[in-house]
Design a protein. Structure first.
Length: 132
C-alpha cells in the first residue's frame, strides 16, 4: 500500500510570518496537533506542533512573556526542516521513518508541492480496518 492510498489531502498550513496566536487558533479549529509552515512560495520550511508551543510556554513563568508569545511569528517557535515523504512511498517505509525520526506525522510532497499528510494514527487505522 502506498502513502497516497491513506494520506489526508485536506492539509491546513500556516505562514512563516503568522503569529503563534493565529496558529494556535488554526490548530484548534482543524483539530490537529501540528501544521506545516510554509514560506511565500508555498514551500514547507518547518512544522509548528503543540509540543513546540508548550515548549516555548514552559520556558518562562512570567505571564507577560507568555502573553508576548502569542504575538511572536511562527518562525520563532517552529521546528525547522519538516520531515516529508513522497506519495508513491510504501506505507511501511512511512511508519519506519516516523519511528526512526521520532515524529508523529510526515508531510507528503510531490515534486516539491505539499499534497497531503500521513500520521501514525492514519497507519494504525488502516491496520485496524484491514486495509494494510
Amino acid at each position: 500500500m502506498k502513502v497516497a492510498d491513506i494520506m489526508r489531502t485536506d492539509v491546513k498550513t500556516v505562514d512563516l510570518d503568522a503569529t503563534v496566536g493565529d496558529a494556535i487558533a488554526t490548530l484548534a479549529d482543524v483539530h490537529v496537533s501540528a501544521l506545516p509552515v510554509t514560506d511565500a512560495r508555498g514551500q514547507i520550511v518547518g512544522v509548528l506542533s503543540t509540543t513546540d508551543i508548550l515548549g516555548a510556554l514552559s520556558e518562562t513563568t512570567d505571564p507577560d512573556v507568555r502573553e508576548q508569545l502569542f504575538d511572536q511569528p511562527v518562525r520563532d517557535v517552529m521546528t525547522p526542516r519538516s520531515r516529508v515523504i513522497a506519495p508513491e512511498a510504501d506505507v511501511l517505509t512511512a511508519a519506519k521513518d516516523m519511528l526512526a525520526l521520532e515524529v508523529h506525522r510526515l508531510f507528503v510532497e510531490d515534486r516539491g508541492r505539499l499534497v497531503g499528510v500521513i500520521s501514525q494514527t492514519d497507519i494504525v487505522a488502516a491496520v485496524a480496518t484491514a486495509r494494510i
